[in-house]
Write a protein that binds this ligand. Structure first.
Ligand SMILES: C[S@@+](CC[C@H](N)C(=O)[O-])C[C@H]1O[C@@H](n2cnc3c(N)ncnc32)[C@H](O)[C@@H]1O
Length: 540
């Protein structure tokens, strides 16, 4: 941001000047939070204010607790928050990972994994022993005479990692008091978490390890459990850019963001310090809540709310959750078996009679057929398990799943959509199903899948979201191949092919704009744009 870009014209609110405390009528036009009596004082204060100037403020409400509100209109694609983590570390259960750099460790049977000379924890190699992430915990373990003896297995998640991130939080008390204080002020929901299975695991394993094995008796059981609860309530899951492993991080500003099942931002992590960037996916009006999603867009309300209740200890009452049709998408709906029997329309659907009550019965929109809410929840769990067990190495198992459930589940049911999304990614992108090799039937299938999914994404995950970007990209690529084939076999005229290519170019430009923030897509998209422009030039 240039030094003077936020110096707007006079505004008619009053406050006290940030420099001289005189009555002031002008405020910063970017954040609208700081007042100045004169332009000179605004310029003078900019050196300090530029590090604090944000388009949002944190407010507190009974429903949400702390949450973030826009202090001015925010355009689509603006970076709202950019910050480094206060703490970074392994998830509660983690695949083998290096405590120095966070990379996945490859475990080869019969070969020793490198172990830290100081504390015995597995690392990539000696160079990771001096990593600032690892040094404080390593010093403590050495000091307390502890040496880890961990037997990692290649594809097995290791439970011993559960103590590391809480330990890193506690160590801040000595090394960075203000960060530690920032953490302990965060919401924990410790009361609600007490005596849950996870709480008991933490009580035995984390408290046991830190207080007994490491002798950290200066921290009470209550404090340690509060830290584990704070991590569960506030941390972000980070997929490392290599895509091989997930870690978790605590970010002080982003921890204030509330959840909505139709969020208005996306976030990603960049660089060796895992800097979080929060970007608006749609325009956000001054006064609106800036939010993220803590759950999955393609899950139905029953599943999302159960997940939020269990992991974040609250009952979501957002617009999407409150609407039995989920904003008209029917993503939780199932087909009515009774209407079908009596020859009704295939799409007569059962929806919840009261979506904010998980036990409320589900009722057909056309006939009076109902089924208990609990049965819906069991059904969803069973289907979720079935999807997890599907062979995702080839499309056939997924197509069979869709075939099996096409009578029972509504075509836009979340389970169906998840499988359709997986298929849309397989066709055209996986060995044996590359775009140029796809038979015409599967090209058409891929186009239909992308179009169908985009219609849902436009409602539930609108704007510049990754889901829309990926679908738009795939759709245009498939349209280009289809148009070329159709032209070659005289199914369409040259003019019609050019129209499709032009439309594809528009979709590709949109996808490129959305995905420019995605490490894995940005270069690919620039190349594709250049190639498609060349083709269009040659054709015209
Ligand atoms: C990451 S923290 C957000 C900051 C928190 N509100 C606070 O006061 O510190 C997550 C917690 O915020 C609350 N929260 C977030 N979104 C909510 C929502 N849509 N409805 C109710 N509570 C919400 C829940 O208590 C949740 O566990």
């Amino acid at each position: 941001m240039s030094s003077y870009s936020v110096f707007g014209g006079p505004r008619t609110m009053t406050g006290s000047c940030a420099v001289c405390q005189a009555v002031a009528t002008q405020c910063c036009s970017s954040c609208h939070l700081v007042f100045y009596c004169s332009r000179e004082h605004q310029k003078q204060h900019w050196k300090i204010h530029k590090t604090q100037c944000t388009p949002y403020k944190v407010e507190v409400s009974e429903r949400l607790g702390h949450h973030v509100v826009a202090t001015r209109d925010i355009q689509q694609g603006e970076v709202i928050i950019e910050e480094e983590p206060i703490v970074l570390g392994p998830k509660v259960l983690s695949l083998p990972l290096c405590l120095g750099c966070g990379r996945r460790i490859k475990v080869i049977e019969g070969e020793e994994v490198y172990k830290c000379s100081g504390c015995g924890w597995p690392l990539c190699g000696s160079h990771c022993e001096t990593s600032p992430f690892h040094v404080p915990e390593c010093n403590l373990m050495k000091e307390r005479g502890f040496r880890a003896d961990i037997n990692l297995k290649e594809d097995k998640k290791e439970a011993a990692y559960c103590s590391i991130t809480p330990l890193r939080c506690l160590l801040l008390k000595k090394h960075d008091q203000s960060k530690y204080e920032g953490i302990v002020k965060m919401q924990s929901h410790l009361k609600e978490r007490r005596d849950t299975p996870l709480y008991n695991i933490f009580k035995n394993n984390v408290v046991g390890f830190l207080r007994n094995a490491l002798g950290m008796t200066e921290f009470s059981e209550e404090t340690i459990l509060r830290i584990t609860a704070i991590l569960d309530t506030n941390s972000f899951e980070i997929r490392r850019s290599e895509g091989d492993i997930k870690v978790r991080g605590l970010y002080s500003k982003a921890a204030m963001l509330s959840h909505d099942c139709k969020p208005n931002t996306k976030h990603f992590f960049r660089g060796p310090k895992y800097t979080l960037k929060l970007v608006s996916t749609v325009p956000i009006k001054k006064g609106e809540i800036i939010c993220v999603t803590y759950t999955q867009t393609l899950w139905g309300t029953l599943e999302r709310r159960a997940h939020l209740k269990q992991s974040k200890c609250f009952d979501c009452t957002c617009l999407r959750c409150s609407d039995a049709t989920e904003l008209g998408t029917y993503i939780g709906a199932i087909n009515c078996s009774q209407c079908k029997k009596s020859g009704g329309k295939r799409n007569d659907k059962l929806i919840s009679t009261s979506p904010l009550e998980p036990s409320a019965p589900w009722k057909c929109e056309v006939c009076s057929h109902t089924i208990p809410g609990r049965q819906m929840a069991w059904g969803n769990d069973a289907i979720r398990r079935e999807i997890s067990a599907l062979d995702k190495s080839k499309p056939q198992g997924l197509e069979d799943f869709l075939d099996k459930y096409k009578g029972a589940l509504h075509p836009a049911n979340g389970h169906i959509l998840e499988v359709k999304y997986a298929l849309s990614q397989m066709y055209g992108n996986m060995q044996g199903f590359l775009l140029s090799e796809l038979p015409d039937r599967l090209l058409e299938r891929k186009i239909n899948l992308c179009t169908e999914l985009l219609e849902i994404a436009d409602v539930l995950d609108p704007g510049s979201t990754r889901l829309r970007g990926v679908l738009l990209y795939d759709l245009q690529a498939t349209m280009v191949v289809q148009a070329k084939r159709d032209l070659a076999s005289d199914k369409i005229t040259k003019a019609a092919a050019q129209d499709i290519m032009g439309e594809s170019m528009t979709l590709l430009q949109l996808a490129a704009e959305i995905l420019k923030t995605e490490d894995d897509m940005a270069h690919l998209l620039q190349d594709k744009l250049a190639n498609l422009s060349k083709e269009l030039e040659c054709d015209s």
